[in-house]
Write a protein that binds this ligand. Sequence first.
Ligand code: ZN
Length: 211
Amino acid sequence: MGQTVDIGKRIELVPMDPHFHDITIALYQQGPDESPLFLVHTYSQMEGAQERIQFAIEAMTRMGNLIVTANGMLQFPCGSGHQLACRRTFLESCKLSPNDSAEPRPLQILDRKSGMTITVDSLGQGIYQVKADGEGRRADRRVSAIAGGLLKLGEMEEVDGTLDKVAFPCGHSHDALVGLLLVRAPNVRAIVREQEMAASRGVLAAPSQQN
Ligand SMILES: [Zn+2]
């Protein structure tokens, strides 16, 4: 049995850690996609490398609210995969230097594109609602775009055709994850969601026909 078999499937990679001698750090998944365990690992034998790995694990527990299992693996409290969000949590955690604090991010951002403050409320059962401190079509569009960004980044689901609510399919709240993903959500192009909605209706236009 090779080591790759034991360690699991690699799902994300930091090729060169800028905060620790450019070592390579990888995120591995073990177990089925529906209920995986995650492993943060480096092959580096450098002194201090394991401390760096421990720092990344600790950062993931705080920034993504993952939990550490008895054997040092990570999983979400709900037991679900959330692979895309887990990979994002891993990457963001590895961006931190040992001097940075790994605090969960607030469920509020300033949306640079609109100048509005965007707030996300947890409605329970894994459902989140995006709000803007503005009114009118412009605010509605930004709310919809940012909800769409969360939907894509967090592999979330639409809620009864609403444009401002998204939900984790596991039915559990993941506030820390939403805070983490919210930073990037405004930059996910709305076109992605439009394509998905169009695809679900069977009217997906060819890229050349989109503007
Ligand atoms: Zn979950």
